[in-house]
Design a protein around this ligand. Structure first.
Ligand code: HEC
Ligand code: HEC
Length: 207
């Protein structure tokens, strides 16, 4: 069913694109010819992080390179870890569709083939966020309050078991730079330490 959904959104987008290629008697359109002429949305007012090509996980992989090339055309490049696999099922194919719609208007806009889309989809879902529900967190546990307050501001609540204890501080430090770039509440040092302890205590491999 999911596969059909993807193929369908890709096919519908392609049809839109094909139908926009003017025939001989087509009217001259007044839309701008170059996609450079329209606004690049940047990080969309804090909806997305600001990542360099090398900040992407597995940056040298074909999937990361394609994501950097195609997904940076309208806004800053999203990190694969900001959505769960389930969420990417929706968001990713909506973006492919958006590209096809854009290609209908701008001749120089790059649209991935279905094969390239599949490579990108495997990449984002392969590095997707693993989430838990707020109900899975005992609210009285040490650091739980801070974790719930800070770590759900941009994506679903992360599962502490997706990293080893020794890796969590570095991840949290990276998240703090996103909080700055995306204008969200940044925890102070004490709050940060409590969140890191909370995560470490539930990590895949303890220290
Ligand atoms: C044609 C321009 C365009 C391209 C190219 C594009 N996007 Fe988007 N993107 C948008 C627009 C417009 C929005 C805001 C509206 C929306 O969410 O649909 C958005 C929002 C997003 C968001 C935040 C919204 C959410 O639901 O999380 C993510 C994540 C995202 N895009 C990922 C991607 C990925 C991954 C790619 C490459 C496969 C990509 N985008 C390529 C136009 C584009
Ligand atoms: C300001 C928005 C924002 C907040 C708040 C935030 N994150 Fe993230 N998070 C992101 C973005 C953007 C990504 C994808 C890019 C990346 O991986 O750096 C991400 C990805 C992740 C990932 C998957 C990638 C990986 O390295 O495993 C984990 C886990 C994660 N965040 C944990 C957390 C934790 C824990 C907190 C609370 C301390 C937190 N996040 C708070 C924006 C945020």
């Amino acid at each position: 069913m999911r596969k059909h959904y993807k193929l369908l959104s890709w096919a519908v987008g392609s049809l839109l694109w094909l139908s926009s290629i003017p025939g001989e008697s087509a009217e001259v359109k007044s839309t701008p010819e170059s996609s450079q002429e329209f606004l690049h949305f940047g990080n969309m007012g804090g909806l997305l992080p600001t990542l360099a090509a090398t900040d992407l996980k597995d940056a040298e992989s074909p999937g990361a390179k394609l994501v950097y090339r195609f997904c940076g055309q309208c806004h800053s490049v999203p990190g694969p870890g900001m959505h769960t696999h389930e969420e990417w099922n929706q968001v990713f194919w909506r973006m492919i569709w958006r590209m096809q719609v854009m290609r209908a208007q701008f001749k120089d806009f790059h649209v991935p083939t279905y094969g390239e889309s599949q490579v990108m989809f495997s990449y984002v879902t392969g590095h997707a966020l693993q989430a838990i529900n707020t109900g899975d967190v005992a609210p009285d546990a040490e650091g739980a309050k801070e974790f719930l307050k800070i770590c759900m501001q941009c994506h679903r609540l992360p599962d502490p078991a997706q990293h080893e204890a020794r890796d969590w501080r570095e991840v949290v430090v990276r998240m703090k730079s996103h909080m700055k770039n995306m204008s969200r509440t940044i925890p102070g040092q004490e709050e940060t330490d409590r969140i890191v302890s909370f995560l470490k205590a539930r990590a895949a491999k303890k220290e």
